[in-house]
Design a binder for this molecule. Structure first.
Ligand SMILES: [Zn+2]
Length: 254
């Protein structure tokens, strides 16, 4: 049994503290800074075994060296980005497994936002930690990879079961919803989700994690191969990766 605690960092980042209740193993995903993470770890028993990194951006890795030094945790991250990450104890790639106590995280390569980006899927907890690849109602900017690469990465995440909870790196849902309804105005599932998210934010609550099954019906970036959405963009019959590229470029300037 894996307990998952969300830790807000900076303006809109989330790190996640994972505790395996079976043997007490504790892991942190994407500690962009150490202060609030140390507070959460110490309130959780003062143990940290693993630091899991999805990609090299500073707001996801900044706390890793201090946490490693303080708790003796092992740092795990994408092997292909070893040169841009804090000192890794274990470099991993697509298909590799990382044990978090009795739970297993499977590594899924998700290049696009950065070339070495990875996600960690913990099937036993119905959880995927996907950094800045997939967001609630959105996706990360394509900084280093190509649009077809990012689309393939989103397809790899979309292939996970509907009951998967998406633990993404940022609270961007409200702004993402505004863009999503602009390109997909007739989507009733999307309107319902936006209303629910607005209510959560109005109460000061997080919209993350979100449900992958809902994202499959509402997130335009997971639906670039939907003929209706392509037609609404004036791109009927176009390749899904091309539709995705146009969606992503429109969002960049929305
Ligand atoms: Zn990033």
């Amino acid at each position: 049994m894996l307990d998952i605690q969300r830790i807000p960092l900076f303006r809109d980042n989330y790190a996640y503290l994972l505790t395996d209740r079976a043997d007490g193993t504790v892991a942190i995903v994407d500690p962009g800074t150490e202060g609030p993470v140390i507070e959460a770890i110490d309130a959780n028993g003062g143990r940290l075994d693993l630091v899991l990194l999805t990609h090299h951006h500073a707001d996801h890795i900044g706390g890793a060296p201090a946490l490693k030094a303080r708790y003796g945790a092992r740092v795990v991250g994408p092997q292909s980005d070893r040169g841009r990450l804090p000192d890794l104890d274990q470099g991993v790639g697509d298909g590799d497994s990382v044990a978090i106590g009795s739970a297993t995280a499977r590594v899924i390569a998700t290049p696009g936002h950065t070339s070495g980006h990875i996600a960690f899927w913990v099937e036993a907890a119905n959880a995927v930690f996907c950094g800045d690849t997939l967001f609630s109602l959105g996706c990360g900017r394509v900084f280093e990879g190509t649009y077809p690469e990012m689309w393939e990465s989103l397809l790899a995440l979309r292939a996970l079961p509907d009951d998967t909870l998406v633990y993404c790196g940022h609270e961007y849902t409200e702004a993402n919803g505004r863009f999503a309804e602009s390109v997909d105005p007739g989507n009733a599932a999307l309107e319902a989700e936006i209303a629910e998210d607005r209510a959560l934010r109005a109460r000061g609550e997080a919209t993350v994690p979100c449900h992958l099954g809902v994202e499959k019906r509402t997130n335009p970036f997971l639906r670039a191969d939907d003929p209706g959405l392509a037609a609404a963009l004036g791109m009927a019959g176009k390749d899904a990766a091309e539709v995705f590229a146009v969606l992503r470029q429109r969002k960049d300037t929305f």
